[in-house]
Design a protein around this ligand. Structure first.
Ligand SMILES: CC(C)(COP(=O)(O)OP(=O)(O)OC[C@H]1O[C@@H](n2cnc3c(N)ncnc32)[C@H](O)[C@@H]1OP(=O)(O)O)[C@@H](O)C(=O)NCCC(=O)NCCS
Length: 190
């Protein structure tokens, strides 16, 4: 069982988090994700980009079989991110995160579907520093990385998934993200 919680950084500001969870990853190859963004940064295309980054990491680096997600049925933004990236609806269930029953939508994206669609999403994903800690995820390709040097492995866990923007000003970067989305660079519902 493991959890990875990469920060979403814009310029030098942490604006959110896009986490991955692998409670049964070593056995079933499934990874689930969760996310949040500061309110000021919502609705501008970042949520989609950060999901692309971790989904690509899950499939291309960790060798996941499928990635799943869930959101309240009335969480339009989260459900739109999943739907837009080609996840398929995988049923509904009731949960009660605040003690009151609420309906959730469950989403599922298979590896084969991601490999078929990923070129359309237009977000270049670069992953660095991961090779030495692959075994900690129970990844299929981790055999060569085995080592008992825990400190070194933890340092290597500083995984960076970056999308480079041409300017350093945060408002310019947000505008650039929104422009890319308007141009269709972030892709459309397949
Ligand atoms: C969920 C969240 C991470 C999505 O990130 P975001 O940056 O707001 O989303 P984006 O701007 O990338 O938009 C993604 C899609 O959602 C749609 N969308 C965004 N906000 C929306 C809203 N308020 N209502 C309806 N659709 C919305 C966009 O139109 C886009 O759809 P498209 O790809 O079909 O054009 C972010 O909204 C958030 O942090 N929300 C609060 C925390 C939360 O709900 N976390 C998820 C828990 S399951």
């Amino acid at each position: 069982m493991w959890d990875l919680g990469p920060a979403v950084v814009l310029g030098d500001e942490i604006v959110g988090q896009q986490s991955l969870h692998g409670p049964r990853f070593g056995h079933v190859g499934e990874i689930s994700t969760g996310s949040w963004l500061g309110q000021r940064f919502q609705g501008r295309g970042i949520g989609r980009e950060m999901r692309v980054a971790v989904v690509d990491f899950a499939f291309s680096v960790l060798g996941a079989r499928e990635v799943v997600s869930a959101a309240r049925v009335d969480n339009a933004a989260s459900n739109a991110v999943s739907r837009g990236l080609g996840y398929e609806e995988n049923g509904r269930y009731l949960d009660a995160p605040r003690g009151v029953p609420v309906e959730f939508l469950h989403w599922r994206l298979t590896r084969s579907r991601w490999l078929e669609l990923r070129e359309r999403y237009g977000v270049p994903v670069t992953v660095t520093g991961v090779s030495e800690c692959l075994e900690m995820f129970g990844a299929p390709s981790a055999q060569d990385a085995a080592t008992d040097d825990v400190d070194r492995k933890l340092r290597a866990l500083q995984v960076a998934m970056t999308h480079e923007y041409p300017t350093g000003d945060i408002e310019d970067m947000l505008a650039e993200i929104e422009r890319g989305r308007g141009d269709g660079a972030a892709g459309n519902e397949p």
